[in-house]
Design a protein around this ligand. Structure first.
Ligand SMILES: [Zn+2]
Length: 111
């Protein structure tokens, strides 16, 4: 399988600065920001800066460590664990943007 790169909101808009996002946390390799079209009252996206089409294309699993470390820090800082939270990654037809990303959501579903 070739590494597909179509309909990629992160490379095409976020990392190319065509869309301004409200950053939550950033490291050399990972960016976390508030979803531009949230489905939950708190809806944060955590995304590797390097293009990886989906979990099925991931080779560098150190990225997962970094993503989950950042997720934990955000959960602690926003005290999401006192309410609720979940972390989701999508694949196949569930995945709209073909760049690996994790949704950190909390509160209530709003759409
Ligand atoms: Zn990408």
């Amino acid at each position: 399988m070739a590494d597909i790169k179509t309909n990629d909101f992160y490379c095409d808009f976020v990392f190319s600065n065509k869309v301004q996002v409200k950053k939550v946390k950033e490291t050399v390799n990972v960016l976390a920001f508030y979803h531009t079209n949230p489905s939950w009252t708190i809806h944060i996206v955590i995304v590797p800066k390097k293009h990886v089409a989906s979990l099925m294309y991931l080779e560098d699993f150190d990225l997962i460590k970094e993503i989950f470390r950042i997720a934990k820090e955000i959960i602690q800082e926003l005290k999401l664990d006192e309410a609720n939270f979940k972390i989701i990654t999508n694949g196949g037809s569930f995945q709209d943007s073909k760049h690996l990303h994790f949704h950190l959501v909390s509160g209530e579903k709003i759409k």
